[in-house]
Design a protein around this ligand. Sequence first.
Ligand SMILES: [Zn+2]
Length: 227
Amino acid sequence: MAEIEKTFVVEKTCPICEKTFRVVKTRSRLMVLKRDEDACTHYENFNPYYYTIWICEHCGFAADETTFTTKIPDRHLTILRAVLLTKNIKIPFVEERTLGEASTAFRLALKYLDLIHGKASKKAKYAHQLAWIYREAGDKTQEDEFLAKAAAFYEEALMRESFPIGELTDNAVIYLVAAIYNRLGDRQKATSYLSKLISDQGVREREPRIHDKARDLWSDMRAAKKK
Ligand SMILES: [Zn+2]
């Protein structure tokens, strides 16, 4: 029950099959318990990442809210419709997702991004949030698998995409990649990304928050090494 009170259901139109489907949205007033150094936020008694991905209950299309509410290019619609409208994929609507259902939502969303050769930055975001869901559930093996994917997608985005993407700057992504590699125990890669940020005077001046976070992670890593 507690979970349902934190969410509400709205109806939207699916860009793929054009039918009306139901979406669970999260109320914005959630109590933050803590934030991990790689941006995963923990809330009291609730995990909003379970609902990041919308799924159309009729055709099975899955993506984040931005994708559903922004015009999808025609060439992508053609590819997605060719797959979704012929396969009769039905994903039943649920008001409270289980870990399995949330994970399926992310996996489907990643699969559709592959189909349309979608942006690495978006794949990174999905993989990263899926890792966070496993982190909360205490499944370290799956968490690490998706953290590694997220890092690789973020690195691809750094090479191929132009930043900022929304509010995400390239330095913010470099920081995230460093934080992920540190979690995965790859100190060498983490250090090389962090040193880029710390030694860059421009980051210190223009993005002091990123600079400070990089310094904090650097000193946490040194403290951990001493132990
Ligand atoms: Zn649909």
